[in-house]
Design a protein around this ligand. Sequence first.
Ligand SMILES: Cc1cc2nc3c(=O)[nH]c(=O)nc-3n(C[C@H](O)[C@H](O)[C@H](O)COP(=O)(O)OP(=O)(O)OC[C@H]3O[C@@H](n4cnc5c(N)ncnc54)[C@H](O)[C@@H]3O)c2cc1C
Length: 377
Amino acid sequence: MPANPALINRQRPDLIICGAGIVGLWSALKAVEAGLTVTLIDSVGPGAGASGGLVGALMPHQPSGWSAKKALQLSGLLSLQIEIAALEAQTGLSAGYARVGRLMPIWTGAERERHATWSEGARLHWPQQCVWQADAALPSADWLDPAAAPLGVAHDSLAARLEPRAMVHLLVKALEGRAKLLFGSAISAISADCSVLLNDGSQLDADHVLIATGINAFDLLAPLVRRTTGVGVKGQAALFRPRVALNPDELPVIYADGLYVIAHSSGMIAVGSTSENTYADETSTDALLDDVIMRARAVCPLLRDSECVERWAGVRPKHESRDPVVVRLPEAPRILAAIGAFKIGFGVAHVMAAEAVGHVTGQGGPWRDVLAAGWRG
Ligand SMILES: Cc1cc2nc3c(=O)[nH]c(=O)nc-3n(C[C@H](O)[C@H](O)[C@H](O)COP(=O)(O)OP(=O)(O)OC[C@H]3O[C@@H](n4cnc5c(N)ncnc54)[C@H](O)[C@@H]3O)c2cc1C
């Protein structure tokens, strides 16, 4: 008896997406919206990797030395607000998103000059309503200690924040009933003909496969492209419950020399992060986080008597180009990779996802070449 073609189609999706981090989740959503049948696989579950963290800063690149890469990120930061609002309306959930801006304490005359350059760059490249102010007013002394900003503060009004876990949850909710979700199954290998081998020995086939497994993408890709294309950079962060109620939408993100302090919509304050190129354990926290917390408390008086409720560590995927990359593998054209957003993943994952899905549907978007540029084959 001939096989039932309808059944075969249901069993063999158009697209298998490997990894349910922020990149894989956005990709699954964009794919079902484009009418594709999707199976989304994660060895643990949504947000089990770098996307399940605490920080959630959406920080624009400095607006000087303008490039296609910076234009892509700007486009992502601007469109994200609209896309999140639509998902929140659809699901009734919140991602904790707000465009709160960013305060940057100034310590030296040289820094002040750089801020003047970035201010001019923002005027040239950003939309009119978003400004980089080199000489902004100091906020409340509870939020930013004036002693931590001896030459004042700069402020940008484009920066935003969201709660990473709430964002992940929002995407999972938006996907409910629209994609096959296979959580708790690790992928051990992917072959060039789009067979995905799971570690329980089973095999799934699809017309296309998208690899979005964060740092583990570099291992899954290596046999296909015969080299390693990126590394992991560990980060540690912490979450605090302040003793007083905050008005978080009134508090800009503080960014001081690599340190973030973020008042989340939940009323909690996140602090991060370390950047560790070598590490023995991906998930442990240690004295390096203690140092971040000490620096955060020096900058933000509200944190000094706040209770630390969580310490967290994860590993960011860093592609060798340092850029986010979406590529159709030349060696296996039905396999795609969406990897390496490194420190800006939450602001660009939806753009990466749209381009990854465009490779499958044949609808190339405006950022295809920019996202492929970092791939050296
Ligand atoms: C401390 C820290 C702070 C950060 N702060 C920010 C920030 O403020 N703003 C920002 O934009 N970005 C930030 N980032 C970076 C951001 O978290 C990443 O860019 C983003 O989460 C990467 O998403 P991803 O989907 O590529 O990978 P991941 O989130 O790591 O997702 C990969 C998924 O694949 C799954 N997986 C892995 N291997 C397999 C396998 N073999 N089979 C099946 N599934 C598998 C994992 O379980 C995981 O769920 C931070 C990262 C860290 C660590």
